[in-house]
Design a protein around this ligand. Structure first.
Ligand SMILES: [Zn+2]
Length: 333
């Protein structure tokens, strides 16, 4: 009897070997927090500036609920306001260990982008900082983070185990390339034991092609963090269908991303079990949104900034939870 109690007490004290992910609602921007079982944290983007500290507050709240007091690795995918805008406010609120980005601003002649980049570039001077290239890794303990695209370049060789011919390339329809920051986004594959996640920033249609065709350089994933908020010029069938995700989480706003085109591509993706959305998409209307229980913020009037949370085990099984209604679903390996 006493031994049984002791066992239960000991197991209870062991650190959980669980990866926690928070797709934070930054109202159509991007901010995703990864908390490794090692306790180290990586934040990918910070949402917007302004709004009375809204996005920094939401990031801090997610961090607090994960027991994280410091962002060990801050990754800025590119310099648009919905990704890098919130860095100064976050830095004023929380300690940051090291900053990572793709280097110089590709939209130096764009005033709006410069207004985001300049304060960010001044701030990164005060922190350890690294410019990432394809093939680099981020050294968060407990996870493998492979940079697969940066500053417009893609990895030259497939990731280990990837490189299969991609049959969807035959039907590729090119779009005009994006000359700016979206196409220069940092993109990464995150591996935790048997679980794989793709997080490709706002990578553009033609840059997804570089990763997906003629061979799929990334391999398959369990979770697809939708590229570019579900914008119609990202999430190409060539990329999404080759990734073959079980679950997709879309960081759309009510009127940003969540396009009918990307939504349909994701819903049709072979092997997809569920799509979860941070917001109801007005463009999608009643026919191109998922069931309300999978949507964190279904109405503009009652938008409290609810997040979508993932808890994952190293065997590859994971649970996704809607923090508005506590609806959750477990995806077993
Ligand atoms: Zn964006």
């Amino acid at each position: 009897m006493r031994i049984a109690y002791l066992l239960i007490a000991t197991v209870g004290l062991l650190p959980a070997q669980t990866l926690h992910i928070y797709a934070i609602d930054v109202e159509g921007g991007k901010s995703t927090l990864y908390v490794s079982p090692s306790g180290e944290s990586m934040l990918v983007d910070t949402g917007y500036a302004g709004n009375n500290n809204r996005d920094a507050n939401r990031i801090a709240a997610a961090a607090a609920s994960a027991g994280v007091k410091k962002i060990d690795y801050l990754v800025v995918t590119h310099y648009h306001g919905d990704h890098a805008g919130g860095v100064p406010q976050l830095a004023a609120k929380m300690p940051i260990g090291k900053m990572f980005d793709h280097g110089d601003n590709f939209e130096a002649s764009n005033e709006k982008t410069q207004a985001v980049y300049k304060p960010y570039a001044a701030l990164r001077e005060k922190y350890p900082h690294q410019t990432l290239k394809p093939g680099d890794t981020i050294p968060i303990k407990g996870l493998q983070v492979n940079i697969v695209a940066a500053a417009g370049d893609a990895i030259a060789k497939p990731l280990p185990g990837a490189g299969q011919p991609n049959p969807y390339c035959a039907t590729y329809e090119a779009l005009p390339p994006d000359p700016g920051e979206n196409a220069r986004s940092l993109a990464m594959i995150i591996t935790f034991g048997n679980l794989r996640i793709s997080d490709l920033g706002d990578l553009y249609w033609d840059k997804e092609y570089d990763l997906a065709c003629p061979v799929n350089k990334l391999g398959t994933v369990d979770i697809y963090m939708t590229t570019h908020h579900g914008n119609e010029k990202s999430s190409s069938p060539q990329m999404v269908w080759a990734l073959h995700p079980r679950v997709a989480i879309m960081n759309n706003g009510a009127d940003k991303g969540g396009s009918v085109k990307a939504w349909t591509t994701i819903e049709k993706s072979p092997g997809l079990e569920d799509l979860w959305q941070l917001h109801y998409s007005n463009e999608g209307g009643k026919d191109h949104n998922v069931d309300e229980k999978f949507i964190a913020n279904p109405s503009a009037e009652n938008d409290k900034g609810y997040s979508i949370e993932v808890t994952a085990q190293a065997d590859g099984s994971f649970t996704v939870r809607n923090n508005r209604n506590q609806f959750e679903k477990t995806y077993r390996k």
